[in-house]
Design a binder for this molecule. Structure first.
Ligand SMILES: CC(C)(COP(=O)(O)OP(=O)(O)OC[C@H]1O[C@@H](n2cnc3c(N)ncnc32)[C@H](O)[C@@H]1OP(=O)(O)O)[C@@H](O)C(=O)NCCC(=O)NCCS
Length: 177
């Protein structure tokens, strides 16, 4: 099992959040995992990371959960509450309000230890406390490892898919548990 502690990011932790994000977008799987590039993330200002971290730490519509093992940040997942009519991460209009999980990453040397389950559990608890009915996410059709990990945690395909500039993204949902 995991030796990492999972908790919500804190206001002052924008440097740690930035560094983990840069690590995520540098991963060999990044092209099928994230809708951004290492170059784009490295070009962002300190103000961007400060604002983003403040929202993720204190916001009512967003929360980032991080996994920390012996002071090293090794995993992250962010949950975003989307109102009906708002755009989701892929730019689609959301039919009904929902909680969307984005930015899921576990450092390679900490994979297979249950950290994703802990991150999703924390995201789920937060989303349900905010009134959401389960969690929704999009995963690349070629990202077999992520799909398997999500299925094991109770996510099932909704049947919806979207062709994006990086390929086809499949939507998955896990009802409230
Ligand atoms: C996706 C990610 C968070 C999953 O975390 P993890 O710790 O690797 O997940 P787990 O090891 O618990 O589960 C992975 C599952 O994929 C399986 N798997 C491992 N390697 C695989 C591969 N190359 N192809 C297919 N399945 C694979 C594992 O056997 C396991 O399935 P099982 O539970 O049925 O045995 C992590 O791999 C990661 O950060 N990947 C890079 C970023 C990414 O893809 N993010 C998701 C964007 S939607």
């Amino acid at each position: 099992m995991t030796d990492a502690a999972v908790r919500r990011v804190r206001l002052h932790e924008w440097r740690e959040g930035r560094d983990l994000r840069v690590s995520a977008v540098s991963d060999p799987a990044a092209a099928i995992a994230f809708l951004t590039t290492r170059e784009q993330e490295l070009a962002r200002s300190d103000a961007h990371w400060q604002t983003r971290t403040a929202d993720a730490a204190l916001g009512e519509n967003a929360a980032q959960f991080v996994a920390i093992a012996e002071d090293r940040w090794v995993g992250s997942a962010t949950v975003l509450l989307r109102e009906a009519g708002a755009a989701d991460a892929l730019g689609r209009a959301v039919g009904a309000a929902r909680a969307e999980v984005v930015g899921v990453f576990v450092e390679p040397d900490h994979r297979g230890r249950g950290i994703l389950a802990e991150l999703i559990a924390a995201a789920s608890d937060w989303a349900e406390a905010a009134g959401a009915d389960g969690l929704t996410l999009d995963v690349h059709v070629d990202n077999a490892r992520a799909q398997a990990a999500y299925r094991r945690l109770g996510f099932v395909g909704t049947g919806l898919a979207l062709d994006t500039e990086v390929g086809r993204e499949i939507q998955m949902h896990r009802p409230s548990q």
